[in-house]
Write a protein that binds this ligand. Structure first.
Ligand code: BG6
Length: 280
């Protein structure tokens, strides 16, 4: 499990596992903001249960290959050392290109470039998809972010009111009528075309509000397997569902099309608004 870590000057540190280019830890002033299971498997075969696995080229079950595609279970290359940008930002780049194994599942030529950037109070992850072949292709993609929460029962999600969602647990399409969502059951919903940021609010000074801003990732998947499902998952400890909330920025409700030679960047910013309550 080859990992690489880097820091910035404002007390943040991020760790990336080259398997899946999965960000597995993001600490700010010693506090961990991402959830990674104690039982996560690091065998370079199974997707890591925590952090920010990258979903590409398919969100969800896939006829051609594994659920959520292959990007999260391929070994990526680190393509730069930590480099400094504006305003104290520090970034590192990773890449994945098509190979025999990916072409067997999905016969397309592509290059993925993933840039992880630490800014003040902020982690930005940006995935650029390049179509390096001579035919058009389409895909769905998502940053499957596992946020660490102190207590799911005291955590609320804001910014989804008025959005249409499909409910993957109970079925159907609905419109969210709550300004403040508290998760208290097996929850698996795809909120479509969400405008503006989503805020995760906790009644805890240390973690406070975490704001998620998205670029070219219009949809937001909210997932927590809850007690029963968590028990059935070998790579999640039975009680850990109370410590995590997946808020996943994605382009999943309609496929993205890239013509030959085209590229597109999909990114999110996780912003620590320490001590602040809901700010929409
Ligand atoms: C979410 C999906 O994005 O990922 C859920 O909406 C799925 O349906 C979850 O269960 C976890 O997927 P996996 O493949 O990592 O177990």
């Amino acid at each position: 499990m080859p990992t690489v870590s880097f820091k910035n000057d404002t007390g943040s540190e991020v760790t990336v596992n080259l398997f899946g280019a999965t960000v597995t830890s993001w600490k700010h002033e010693g506090e961990e903001f991402l959830f990674c299971s104690k039982q996560a498997v690091f065998d370079d075969k199974k997707a890591i249960r925590g952090g920010i696995p990258i979903v590409f080229p398919q969100f969800g079950p896939w006829d051609l290959g594994p659920q959520h595609g292959f990007a999260r279970i391929k070994m990526w290359k680190q393509t730069s050392e930590a480099h400094h940008g504006d305003n104290g930002a520090v970034s590192m780049d990773f890449a994945l290109e098509d190979d025999d194994e990916t072409r067997k599942m999905w016969n397309k030529q592509f290059k993925l470039v993933y840039t992880v950037t630490l800014m003040q109070n902020t982690l930005e992850t940006a995935l650029t998809v390049h179509n390096t072949g001579d035919t058009e292709f389409d895909f769905t993609t998502l940053l499957h972010t596992y946020m660490r929460v102190e207590d799911i029962y005291q955590t609320s999600l804001h910014g989804l009111e008025g959005c249409t969602f499909s409910d993957k647990v109970n079925g159907g399409e609905h419109v969210e009528d709550r300004a403040s969502i508290i998760i208290n059951q097996n929850y698996d919903r795809v909120y479509v075309n969400v405008d503006g940021p989503v805020n995760i609010c906790q009644d805890i000074q240390t973690l406070g509000t975490l704001r998620i801003e998205r670029n070219n990732l219009p949809d937001v998947v909210v997932w927590n397997p809850w007690q029963e499902k968590a028990k059935a998952m070998a790579d999640l400890a039975d009680s850990e569902y109370v410590e995590m909330l997946c808020v996943e920025a994605g382009a999943v409700s309609s496929p993205v099309v890239l013509k030959s030679g085209e590229q597109k960047t999909f990114s999110q910013r996780l912003i620590i608004c320490r001590g602040q309550q809901v700010t929409l």
